[in-house]
Ligand binder design. Structure first.
Ligand SMILES: [Zn+2]
Length: 267
């Protein structure tokens, strides 16, 4: 069981990352200032025909950063476009996507060795993954939908961390709340895309009529272990975002008019 925290807002932390002493959180939708389908702790204005205000989103970032003793201007916010691209960010990226303009290109994973630079990736069924190397003190935050997952973005984060001297065997990974295998029905084109990477990914699919149920947590776990991360260094929370409307926004349950959660980590 992951650690559940409540102080105005509700958030979870991974016991594995907690034991390494790295500050991080996976936000639920509970708390914050947003209302309606964005109620209440929402981190994106949205792309449906109803949108939240940028002012509310910024206020929600301020609340999240405050849990770390930081400000929204210390956040670096990925610009998610279902890429498998991971890049290193530093002090020059402080406030990108919150108080400064967003990245002008898709970047779904961030790596940082910069103290008190707070990485943010957002999701509402997709997989948020936080990584940390307690030896080199390097962290990473990744957004992985099925496209990013099959593109190997989790492994790309490990590769980017290795540029900072990290050893894969030292890296810890927390796989956050996402749509579970109970709820994530996909077509044969998704199955085929994974099988083209490696036959081992067949174990992530459960046949479901003429379609499949996909276990994104297992798929990302396989990409991480193939990249050299130890199985006992991977902590998956196993909570399904579609199953629990009290705690999570879910694209499959709510459609485009909905809020978005964020995961945060900093060294
Ligand atoms: Zn479910």
């Amino acid at each position: 069981m992951w650690n559940r925290h409540q102080n105005g807002e509700v958030w979870y932390t991974s016991p594995l990352l907690d034991s390494a002493g790295v500050r991080h959180l996976f936000a639920t939708r509970i708390g914050g200032v947003s209302e309606g389908c964005f109620g209440g702790w929402n981190f994106a204005a949205g792309v449906g025909n109803v949108t939240d205000s940028e002012q509310n989103v910024l206020a929600n970032y301020e609340i999240a950063a405050d849990k770390f003793g930081l400000h929204a201007s210390d956040v670096c916010r990925s610009y998610q476009a279902h890429t498998d691209f991971v890049m290193t960010v530093d002090d020059t990226h402080r406030g990108v996507g919150t108080v400064l303009p967003k990245f002008p290109f898709g970047v779904d994973g961030l790596v940082s060795a910069t103290e008190n630079l707070l990485l943010s990736v957002r999701s509402a069924d997709c997989v948020p993954i936080l990584l940390y190397d307690p030896v080199q003190k390097v962290c990473s935050a990744v957004h992985a939908g099925w496209r990013g997952t099959v593109g190997g973005i989790a492994a790309n984060a490990v590769l980017e961390m290795q540029k900072h001297g990290c050893k894969a065997a030292d890296i810890l990974a927390a796989i956050g709340p996402c749509i579970g295998v109970c709820c994530y029905e996909v077509g044969t084109e998704v199955y085929d895309a994974f099988l083209q990477v490696d036959a081992c990914f067949a174990s992530c699919f459960v046949p479901h009529g003429d379609r499949y149920l996909l276990d994104l947590t297992r798929a990302n776990t396989l990409f991480l272990t193939r990249a050299g991360v130890a199985e006992h260094h991977i902590d998956a929370c196993g909570m399904c975002t579609r199953c629990d409307e009290t705690e999570w926004f879910s694209h499959r349950r709510m459609g485009a008019n909905r809020g978005t959660m964020s995961a945060f980590i900093t060294v």
